[in-house]
Design a protein around this ligand. Structure first.
Ligand code: FES
Ligand SMILES: [Fe+2]
Length: 422
C-alpha cells in the first residue's frame, strides 16, 4: 500500500506539484503524426500534465506546439487558421510560426512591436510516428531519448493512441503486472481454459500469448539506468526450464511488452490527474497493419474506441459493454487486450487510493514502480537527474524466452545493462 501523501505525490501531475515537476523534466508524446496528417491541416487541442496546448503542422510540414490561448487576449488558437507558414488567431489576426516568432499583429501594425514579442512555443520533435514536445524549464531541456521503434520500417510499425479517463499510474501498474496476464487475459493467454487444457495461443502478434499455464510467476527485479527490468519466471513441463518474460519499466511511464514476434512499446502520458493518453507502438521484423492491432486490442468496435478522437468510449454508463452471456466462454465478457486493460483501470476509479489495497509477492514489480517513481520525484525536487532522463533507449527491449536452470535471466537482454547514464 501507499500512504495518501505518497499516492498524491505520484498521481498529481499539474504545474507546481512534485509529480508534475518530475514529469516536466521529460519529452512527452503529444499526438500521433497521423493526427496532423498534412501541411496546414486543422490544428489539434492537446491536454498535457494538466495544461492546454495547441499543435499544428505548418505549410512546410513543420510542427508547432504552443500554449492553447493566444498571447494577445486569450482566444483559443485551436480555432485558428493554419496558413502561410504559421497559425493565425481568429480574434485579431495575430500570427505565429512554429518556433513562436510573432509574424504579424494586424491591430498594431508596427513591425518592431511584433519583433519584440515571443509566443509561448515549445521544442518539438517528430519521431517514430509520434510528435513529442518538451514543456519543462528551458535550462533543463534533456537530450531527446530514442526508442528502438523509431528505427523500424514504417510498414513494420503501428502507432495507436487511446485516451482513457483515469490516472496514468493505474495504467502503468497494469503494464508492470505480469501476474494479471494469465488471468484477466485468460482467453488469449490460455486458450482451452474451460477444459483445463493448455495450448499456446498461436497468434505471433499477441502480447498475451503466454508460453506457460503457470498463474503464479516468480518475479525478480533489477535496477537499471532507465528505471528497472524484471523477469516473470513461469514453470514449464520440463523442471529444468522456465519460461522467462522480461519487461522494462522506463521512468516515468514507459514499458515494453513482448509478443512472440513483435514488441509493444507503451507510454502512459498524463493529460491531467484523471485522464491519460496511452500510446501503443507495435514493431517487429515483419509487416503489421493497424487493422490487425486494433482488432487484437478489441478496439474494432465503436462502443469501445472512437478512432477519430482516439477516445476509449466505454464506461459504467453501459457497463463497459460486458456481456454476461458471453462469460460462459469468455473470462471477462469483454473483448481484446486493451479493452480489458483499460476497463480494469477505469473500474479502479478516476484516481485510485492505494492506501486500501492488499499486496502479495506477485505485486513486487508494481511496488517497485512506485518506489522508483517516488525516488525520481525526490530527485527532481532536489534538482538532481532522475533515471532514464536523456538516455538513448534504443537498446531497451523485452523478451519471452526459455531459461535453463542456472542461466542468468539478465543475459537474455544484455543491452539493458549497457544502457547507462551518460
Ligand atoms: S486574442 Fe488572438 S489576436 Fe487577439
Ligand atoms: Fe493487460
Amino acid at each position: 500500500m501507499l500512504t495518501h501523501q505518497d499516492n498524491d505525490m505520484l498521481c498529481h501531475v499539474g504545474p507546481g506539484t512534485p509529480g508534475g515537476t518530475l514529469m516536466r523534466r521529460f519529452w512527452h508524446p503529444v499526438c500521433t503524426s497521423a493526427q496532423l496528417p498534412h501541411p496546414d491541416c486543422a490544428p489539434l487541442r492537446v491536454r498535457l500534465l494538466g495544461e492546454d496546448y495547441v499543435a499544428f503542422r505548418d505549410t512546410h510540414g513543420q510542427v508547432g506546439f504552443m500554449e492553447e490561448l493566444c498571447m494577445h487576449r486569450g482566444a483559443s488558437l485551436a480555432l485558428g487558421r493554419v496558413e502561410e507558414g504559421g497559425i493565425r488567431c481568429l480574434y485579431h489576426g495575430w500570427k505565429f510560426n512554429a518556433s513562436g516568432a510573432v509574424m504579424e499583429t494586424p491591430n498594431h501594425a508596427d513591425p518592431k512591436y511584433a519583433a519584440r514579442m515571443k509566443a509561448p512555443a515549445f521544442p518539438v520533435r517528430e519521431e517514430g510516428g509520434i510528435i513529442w514536445a518538451y514543456v519543462g524549464p528551458r535550462e533543463l531541456q534533456p537530450a531527446f531519448s530514442r526508442y528502438a521503434f523509431m528505427d523500424a520500417e514504417p510498414a513494420h510499425r503501428v502507432v495507436l493512441r487511446i485516451n482513457v479517463a483515469c490516472n496514468y499510474l493505474q495504467l502503468v501498474e497494469g503494464g508492470e503486472d505480469s501476474s494479471h496476464v494469465g488471468v484477466l487475459h485468460t482467453n488469449m493467454a490460455r486458450p482451452g481454459w474451460k477444459d483445463n487444457e493448455f495450448s499456446r495461443n498461436p497468434d505471433v502478434v499477441n502480447p498475451a500469448a503466454l508460453a506457460s499455464n503457470d498463474l503464479e510467476p516468480a518475479l525478480k527485479i533489477e535496477e537499471t539506468a532507465f528505471g528497472f527490468q524484471y523477469v516473470a519466471l513461469r514453470k514449464t513441463d520440463d523442471p529444468r526450464i522456465r519460461n522467462a518474460r522480461v519487461v522494462p519499466f522506463i521512468v516515468p511511464y514507459g514499458r515494453i511488452i513482448p509478443a512472440p514476434e513483435f514488441l509493444f512499446t507503451v507510454l502512459e502520458v498524463p493529460e491531467d490527474d484523471t485522464h491519460t493518453s496511452t500510446y501503443i507502438v507495435v514493431h517487429g521484423n515483419a509487416p503489421v497493419t493497424e487493422e490487425t492491432i486494433i482488432g487484437l486490442l478489441g478496439l474494432n468496435d465503436q462502443r469501445y474506441y472512437d478512432r477519430k478522437n482516439c477516445a476509449f468510449t466505454a464506461s459504467w454508463a453501459d457497463s463497459f459493454g460486458q456481456n454476461r452471456e458471453l462469460m460462459r466462454e469468455s473470462w471477462t465478457g469483454l473483448r481484446g487486450v486493451e479493452v480489458e486493460d483499460a476497463t480494469i483501470a477505469l473500474s479502479q476509479g478516476p484516481l485510485y487510493d492505494r492506501s486500501r489495497e492488499h499486496l502479495v509477492p506477485a505485486d513486487q514489480a508494481v511496488v517497485r514502480v512506485r518506489r522508483v517513481l517516488l525516488e525520481s520525484v525526490r530527485r527532481a525536487m532536489q534538482n538532481q537527474q532522475p533515471a532514464a532522463l536523456g538516455l538513448d533507449l534504443s537498446g531497451v527491449g523485452a523478451c519471452d524466452s526459455q531459461l535453463e536452470e542456472g542461466a542468468a535471466w539478465q543475459d537474455l537482454l544484455p543491452s539493458h545493462r549497457r544502457t547507462e547514464a551518460a
